[in-house]
Design a protein around this ligand. Sequence first.
Ligand SMILES: C[S@@+](CC[C@H](N)C(=O)[O-])C[C@H]1O[C@@H](n2cnc3c(N)ncnc32)[C@H](O)[C@@H]1O
Length: 273
Amino acid sequence: MNTADTYALGRTDTETQRLILQNQIYGPVTRRFFEAAGIGPGMKVLEIGSGAGDVALLLADLVGPRGQVVGVEMNATIVETARARVNTMGWRNVTFQVGDIREVALDSDFDVVAGRWVLMYVPEPAILLRTLAARLKPGGIVAFHENDFSYPPTVFPATDLSKRVFGWSIPPEGATLGAEMRMGTKLFRTYLEAGLPAPQLIVEAPVGGGPDWPGYEYLAETLRSLLPALQKMTGLDPKAVEIDTLADRLRADITKVQGVQMLPLMFGAWARK
Ligand SMILES: C[S@@+](CC[C@H](N)C(=O)[O-])C[C@H]1O[C@@H](n2cnc3c(N)ncnc32)[C@H](O)[C@@H]1O
């Protein structure tokens, strides 16, 4: 099996910080989704692709002290951050296993298998979902929260700068950046291919404006992480992007026109085994 690390966003501290900033924006959206999916007190949850631990922390809050969260993450360095954050919060019932989710040994008495921004990085998500569903008790919940770039980040009204950023952010036709950029709208089909019932779906997009909205930093930091890949793939010149000042320029530009920035849609899908 090819387990080469193709994570296009990189493996640096900057990427860890970007994931945490991303969660500040998307955390409330994910919480609403998990609550709709029926995740609650006392449940034992398998969480895949834990990253810096934000989803595990959110799940720990939902399942409470009688519940349990087991995270699986293949990047050993970021797991250290996740473990440190869990310790700081004082949760004793959250653990992480380091390894590729397609290869690690797992219990088979979970009430929930969940993940966010992870199926988009797995080459055959339906096969993985089928394997993971086998780790659930009967009636267990399969809940995944994934982006879809069919509607990329957009500013209303569009400004010259936001139009340029929009152009840089869209990968060229056929390019994947190592990820399925339309995973959100493919969740329904993926559940069916995995032999699961048709999932219920929910979609939400963060939107905001004004000087304090964190979306400008988030977009700039995402672009910063993707710059090496975009430079190679599209020839995007980092000098044209001026990444270090991009967030401030977006803030000034959008605030001046009292505009709003809508970030990528998040699709949630859930079904019971
Ligand atoms: C975009 S990050 C999302 C992190 C976290 N779920 C969140 O929402 O903040 C995706 C994470 O999934 C992990 N990942 C991708 N494929 C994996 C696999 N096959 N097994 C374990 N982890 C995987 C990556 O290493 C990365 O840390």
